[in-house]
Ligand binder design. Structure first.
Ligand code: BGC
Length: 759
């Protein structure tokens, strides 16, 4: 190395060090000034101001009309605004009055709210407006709608989670809203649950990684910049694992399972810096979570170290005495929830909360310390978001990319990479040439089904607010591909009822194949509760009748949870799982059907074969097929991680080194994957580990690492993974994470190798 080179390297290192130190100092400065600002503001606040900050009302309470029944078109009510913002000093507002608004209307709403809050309210504290940006800024007309979380999980590529959240944040902030109630970090291990599709599926690692990426996408490096929003971790804790499978019912989760499967995604999101958390509306182990101090304070604050805002879910303090029966009256419910650790109460249409809480504080039943703690957190988040400096951003051109083709393309890419080819007999797909097709089924010609719940309306079932320009249903995209004359269309059924089935059957007689688009009409929360996981009988009958014609059948499933189809699966030549692919879904599905896109999605859950066998991939040995007794509990339709491609991938050279490892020592796992087919494609390399013997019955295997890779035909890639002992750990007898000495089997595809861990 020449002296000049050395000099150049040293200078570069010096500059780098300076830059790092400067950024650190800068960040520290900011943080300490925020703390100082919070301190000084706290000095100036009255009890009424503080309790106002802890109150969150729905926009219904600021609008012309009755709550839940606002006048159209939506208008703010000046008297209500003054009452809520100036008399009660309410610090947070949420939601829409029934349906999405234009960006211009959001600007009017937020502009007016912030004007009153910052200019007329003596404290000048800006309002923190929150909205459910669930798969894009779904409550702003014309925004980009992405695949729902379950589809994002099926891409197995965290870049899509990050990008979707980044764009969702951009378009939400473009609507002047700085806070989203997403992501959902509840683990999706019960397929019956009506919010299953809002999860990232059944695996902890996949959920952790996707959730972490989404939080980073929402919040960016600096959440005060005009393109980012505060994220919410939902719903702390145990919401998705109810024993009934129904929304907002009781969950009983032993501590070991809670720590092993439920808590880690929240921990990963806290580590990613998530600023807020929303509490589970249900009961966990017999106690409504909204009053459970062990969870709200012990676990969330003391253990996870979370410093942001804990907001209740919808009216959940009221429900403590009207549904859960743990409080005699509203006042007692408020006392219990606030003392347990709630910072902000989503009391959507109730003005009594601040009055009652004030009385409780004055009577010494809720300590002032508890109030101060919550208010500090709320102000801290408001400062972090930069709301005091700029409650919203008005610079010209700042949001030029809102609803742009580039954003739609990101949504399309996510959809195209999520859609999963479950079955492809005799390479039925991709379709070639210009076949004559019958497109049928209730999912064939609808944008609402492609998008699911939280799409312009809460239930997502009102097509009038969904964009049509440039967006295609499956039918429209197939027609564009083949030409109008090649495509017949008869729906055949609605979601639950046969409709002109004979017409569909006779239409099938002179086509080359049938594309049957089946699934679920949009839903979320309670309205999505289910009594039977089978795909509705009408839709299955349609397939059976069509199969009688002898025509080849391609099934496209547009569904938020795996509806059981064991009787029609054998009748289909090819099956595509589309999940809820969003506004670009029709195009993405069609591009896969016709081979423009090579499918690369993999199931982020186990697709069950029977309604009584809802068993996840990481079950125990006792849950497996028992040849003696025929208790075939684990006999899924398709396994977690399954997904076919139009090319073939071969695995070779699995090497795990060293053969014996110890604490602090990493395992190096390498494997070569080759695209042995004739077209480019993407493959998800999945590394599973089995702990052979453990003090707590070990699952048959756990996903411990994965990576998606893009390979040209004939191309090979050596994939490299590093696994530390902690990554092979489980929650042991004393409820702590432990890696026990013994043998482990590392498995990639059909290759496996045994290694030993020694203490
Ligand atoms: C849902 C939450 C949502 C909130 C606000 C509740 O009913 O459970 O997930 O964020 O409403 O809309």
């Amino acid at each position: 190395m020449t002296a000049l080179m050395k000099y150049a390297i040293l200078t570069l290192l010096g500059l780098l060090l300076m830059a790092v130190t400067y950024t650190d100092l800068h960040a520290q400065n900011r943080a300490s000034t925020i703390d100082e600002k919070v301190d000084s503001l706290m000095q100036q606040l009255s009890l009424t101001d503080k309790i106002g900050e802890m109150t969150q009302l729905s926009i219904d309470m600021l609008s012309v009309g009755e709550p839940y029944n606002l006048e159209e078109p939506h208008r703010l009510d000046e008297d209500k605004l003054r009452k809520v913002l100036l008399d009660l000093r309410v610090g947070s507002i949420l939601n829409v009055g029934g349906h999405a608004y234009s960006r211009e209307h959001w600007h009017e709403i937020i502009g007016r709210i912030q004007e009153i809050a910052t200019k007329q309210k003596p404290t000048g504290i800006p309002v923190l407006y929150g909205i459910d940006t669930i798969h894009g800024a779904n409550y702003t007309l014309g925004s980009t709608l992405f695949p729902q979380q379950i589809g994002i999980a099926a891409t197995w590529d965290t870049a899509h989670a990050y990008e979707g959240a980044r764009i969702g944040a951009y378009e939400t902030r473009a609507s002047w809203i700085p806070w989203t109630f997403a992501p959902v970090l509840d683990i999706g291990r019960d397929y019956r649950w009506p919010r299953f599709w809002e999860t990232f599926g059944e695996d902890v690692l996949l959920t952790k990684k996707m959730g972490n990426a989404m939080v980073r996408g929402f919040q960016g490096d600096d959440v005060s910049d005009p393109h980012h929003v505060a994220a919410t971790m939902k719903h702390f804790l145990g919401y998705s694992l109810t024993i009934t499978g129904k929304d907002r019912t009781q969950a009983w989760i032993p501590e070991r399972q809670l720590r092993e499967y439920v808590l880690p995604p929240f921990k990963a999101a806290v580590d990613a810096g998530a600023l807020t958390v929303m509490i589970n509306s249900g009961e966990l182990n017999g106690i409504p979570v909204h009053v459970n101090k062990k969870i709200l304070t012990g676990l969330l604050r003391d253990e996870l170290g979370f410093e942001g805002i804990a907001v209740t879910d919808w009216a959940d303090i009221e429900y403590l005495y009207t549904r859960h029966m743990v409080a005699e009256n509203y006042k007692e419910a408020i006392k219990m929830a606030i003392n347990a650790g709630i910072d902000m109460a989503m009391v959507p249409v109730d003005l009594e909360f601040p009055i009652l809480l004030k009385e409780l504080v004055e009577a010494g039943e809720v300590p002032m310390k508890r109030i101060d703690e919550s208010v500090r957190r709320i102000l801290w988040v408001k400062f972090k978001l930069g709301l005091f400096e700029k409650p919203y951003h008005t610079q010209e051109g700042l949001y030029d990319k809102f609803g742009s083709p580039a954003f739609a393309e990101a949504s399309y890419q996510a959809a195209a990479e999520s859609i999963t080819l479950l079955k492809n007999e005799e390479s039925m797909l991709p379709l070639s040439g210009k076949p004559k097709v019958l497109v049928t089924g209730p999912a064939a010609h609808t944008m609402t089904w492609l998008n699911g719940g939280w799409s312009r309306t809460w239930q997502g079932d009102d097509p009038q607010y969904l964009d049509r320009e440039g967006k295609q249903t499956i039918l429209e995209a197939v027609r564009e591909q083949l030409g109008f004359g090649q495509v017949k269309f008869v729906p055949g059924t609605t979601m639950n009822e046969l409709q002109e089935i004979e017409k569909a059957v006779s239409a099938a007689s002179d086509v080359d194949l049938v594309i049957a688009c089946l699934g679920e009409a949009p839903y979320t929360e309670k309205p999505g509760d289910l009594n039977d996981l089978h795909l509705p009988e009408a839709q299955r009958t349609l397939v059976k009748r069509l199969a009688d014609t002898g025509k080849p059948i391609v099934l496209v499933l547009v569904e938020g949870r795996p509806r059981v189809i064991n009787d029609i699966e054998p009748l289909a030549d090819a099956i595509l799982m589309a999940y809820l692919p969003g506004n670009e879904g029709g195009r993405a599905i069609t591009d896969i059907l016709f081979g423009k896109v090579n499918p690369s999605g993999k199931l982020p859950f186990t697709y069950p074969r029977y309604v009584n066998d809802l068993v996840t991939y990481d079950h125990n040995y006792t849950d497996r097929v028992d040849p003696d007794f025929g208790t075939d509990a684990f006999n899924p339709q398709w396994e977690f991680g399954h997904g076919l491609s139009y090319t073939r991938f071969d695995y070779s050279d699995l090497k795990v080194k060293p053969a014996a490892f110890g604490p602090g020592k990493a395992l190096s796992v390498s494997v070569t994957v080759t695209n042995s087919g004739s077209r480019a494609g993407m493959e998800v390399v999945q590394v599973y580990v089995s702990d052979l013997v453990a003090s707590v019955t070990p699952p048959v295997k756990r996903l411990r690492a994965f990576e998606k890779v893009d390979l040209e035909p004939g191309e090979s890639r050596k994939m490299q993974f590093t696994l530390y002992p902690e990554e092979l750990s489980f929650v042991g007898l004393d409820m702590g994470w432990v890696t026990e000495p013994g043998d482990f089997v590392i498995q990639v595809d059909t290759l496996s190798q045994k290694v030993t861990f020694r203490k």
